[in-house]
Design a protein around this ligand. Sequence first.
Ligand code: 5AD
Ligand code: SF4
Length: 454
Amino acid sequence: MSQDKPKAYVNTIGCQMNVYDSQILAGLLQNAGYEQTHDPDLADLVLCNTCAIRHKAQEKAYSFLGRFAGTRIKGKRPLTIMAGCVAQKEKEKAFVRLPHLDLVLGTQAFGRFETHIKALVAGETRIVDTEPSENIFEGFPKHAMAEKIQVSRFVTIMQGCENFCTYCVVPYVRGKEKSRNPSAIVEEIEGLAKSGVREITLLGQNVNSYAGNNGQVCFPDLLHLVSRVEGIERIRFATSHPKDLSADLIEAIKDVDKVCNHLHLPVQSGSNDILKRMNRKYDRETYFTRISALRQACPDIALSTDIIVGFPGETRFDFEQTMNLLETVEFDAVFAFAYSARSFTPAAKFSNQLDEQIKRDRLNELLDFQEKITEEKNKAFVGKKVTVLVEGDSPKPRDGFVKKNKNTRQMFGRSDANKIVHFASDQAGIGDLVTLEIINAYPHSLWGEVCESD
Ligand code: 5AD
Ligand code: SF4
């Protein structure tokens, strides 16, 4: 690290799309002459890429940025930037709680970020840019401050959402759906593959609506294009909306070898009444039909979902309908959230908001219930062979393992079905595909042994 370059600290809150956006912002900061620091207290510039989807995430952003009000480095405080969804939502209002903020950078203002940095360095303060932009920002910096080589990377293929689920703030902060050009996506993935990336997760709020080249390239077409990129071994994608899980997409999951055997298909609720009031545009019966079609084509496909508990007016019966749906589908993983009222959204104005305690209790009940299902699903892997893409050293080696194998490295990888598998090996390297026999199953991971032939 050079002594004289100013230092930037980038903090990301929220979803995978924000992880990708932060890489862009970090790369643009590098273009502007900054180098990355991992210590916010040493930073000359602090940026928080924010998430507005739930109240808690928004509060996290405010409290993080609040820490820099009084910080002083070399006699001055760092430039402080709020970027992303909360910035887009709050606009000038952000200054009420964070009077020291220097830049409020909305979700469609990335193309103007470098100009704003120059203005800040020249002494300007309190810049707000939440203007919409016609096109998706296409300047992914090639040298984006990717500090260490990663085997798995996210690539955003589209932005925005026009579904207007009644609980969701995304359409108000991320704007209209816009698809990136397929050639730009492929070019970016080729570059990533050359730098050692082996797995790509294609991201969009609703990837099934992808319409590249003015509607000429649909999402299954894009899967075929990306699968031709040399060096990429695996392709994942998120998120799919159940209302438009098409036969073509099911066919692509089945036929394109590199596309992983896993689908994240958020159902949100198992109650038809709630689904209707959420404006999800499908009912539980349609969801079951889509899952059956999928399982018929790909019998071992792993499934995950998102659930919101405690939506306004959710009765005990509605909640039990959701539990019943979980019992029927048997998801491999469930991401469940307590409903959080968001400004601009219709559901925030519904009169029958539930008590916070009821939401919390239902959330815990659902998570306990699902944990047993997930563990059972994991146990079904014991004795089977799975191939993992090695991602790195296991963060916390298991006690029993450490005692028995003091000198062997413990690593982890992800299976095609998105299961984390830990294993011991001195030979395996990050980015390798290794076949393992599953020996043990836990609620959140598996333990495997390297198969002899490997
Ligand atoms: N409250 C709680 N969870 C929400 N999600 C979206 N909006 C809200 C909200 N207002 C959840 C949905 C979505 C996931 C990304 O976040 O389950 O699929
Ligand atoms: Fe939000 Fe619904 Fe769009 Fe997903 S599909 S981002 S839940 S409005």
